[in-house]
Design a binder for this molecule. Structure first.
Ligand SMILES: [Zn+2]
Length: 114
């Protein structure tokens, strides 16, 4: 369960409590507002939790082990992409040009001892 869902779930009893108090005090405006809030929270909780988004992993191309090319990436969907300058973050790439999934950049390979 995400932190947001847990917060919504935890807030419902307090909202229902507030509705009871607003009704008890004869405050129709507050009763109406709190009731709408409770309905919105219940609707959000009733919706299925979003599926985790699949990613396309981009790894820097490494023609020689330990010497990755900084502008060239191999994608997990089986392609190679070369930037004129910089990398994924520098060029503000968020989605793979080929498969359309969100890009996840693989950590750089471990440095090779000289
Ligand atoms: Zn891809």
């Amino acid at each position: 369960m995400t932190e947001e869902r847990k917060l919504l779930l935890d807030s419902l009893p307090a909202v229902h409590n507030a509705i009871s108090w607003a009704k008890f005090c004869g405050h129709e405006g507050a009763t109406e507002q709190m009731t709408q809030l409770a309905e919105r929270i219940a609707a959000l909780l009733a919706a299925p939790a979003p599926e985790p988004v699949a990613c396309c992993t981009w790894s820097q191309w490494e023609p020689v082990i330990g010497y990755p090319e900084p502008n060239i990436y191999e994608t997990s969907c089986g392609h190679t992409f070369e930037f004129n300058e910089g990398g994924v973050a520098d060029n503000e790439f968020e989605f793979c040009y080929s498969c359309g999934k969100r890009i996840e950049v693989a950590p750089l390979p471990k440095e090779v001892k000289q």
